[in-house]
Design a protein around this ligand. Structure first.
Ligand code: SF4
Ligand code: SF4
Length: 85
């Protein structure tokens, strides 16, 4: 399983989740070139260890465990994974 970043990140993108992720699997970070152009941040599903730290750190509740992603945001599951292909 993995956690997934959904629509509320768009327009917020404050990187609070990046600061708490113990395995640095959320990108792009502020130091990465693509940060400015990125609409939102994405979680690498192959590296996420399901600790849940990011979920409670997000000020706009954009992050959900895979099995709890709301129906209207299911497309974000692929969107997060695609970022790492
Ligand atoms: S659940 Fe944990 S490991 Fe996965 S992205 Fe969030 S903070 Fe990182
Ligand atoms: S904490 Fe939430 S709003 Fe901020 S970058 Fe992460 S997912 Fe986006």
């Amino acid at each position: 399983m993995a956690f997934v970043i959904c629509e509320p990140c768009i327009g917020t993108k404050d990187t609070a989740c990046v600061d708490v992720c113990p395995v640095d699997c959320i990108h792009p970070t502020k130091g990465e070139g693509e940060f400015e152009a990125a609409e939102q941040l994405f979680i690498n599903p192959d590296e996420c260890i399901d600790c849940g730290a990011c979920e409670s750190a997000c000020p706009v509740q954009a992050i959900f465990p895979l099995d709890a992603v709301p129906d209207e945001w299911k497309s974000y599951i692929d969107k997060n994974a695609e970022h790492y292909k």
